[in-house]
Design a protein around this ligand. Structure first.
Ligand SMILES: [Zn+2]
Length: 83
């Protein structure tokens, strides 16, 4: 048997800088280069509820019953389209 994911409407914001989404705050402290995007820490945000860093261009997605989560652009574009 084959199954596909049910259609699902989510709220999503592509994040680029602090101020783009109310749940993302400044990522302060330390000095590091991100292994995922190669940018410095100051270019990143911290998604408060999940306590995870977000790279510029990542999506903050809010789905029913799942709360907030972060998706990489390629992943997001593969799963969602604008309605
Ligand atoms: Zn990054």
């Amino acid at each position: 048997m084959k199954y596909r994911r049910r259609a699902e409407i989510v709220d999503a914001v592509q994040w680029w800088k602090v101020g783009d989404h109310p749940a993302v705050v400044c990522y302060g402290g330390g000095r590091w280069i991100c292994r995922q995007c190669g940018r410095v820490n100051m270019d990143h945000g911290l998604v408060k509820m999940v306590n995870e860093p977000i790279c510029p261009g990542d999506w903050v997605v809010k789905a029913r019953n799942r709360g907030l989560f972060i998706m990489k652009p390629a992943e997001f574009e593969a799963e969602y389209e604008k309605v």
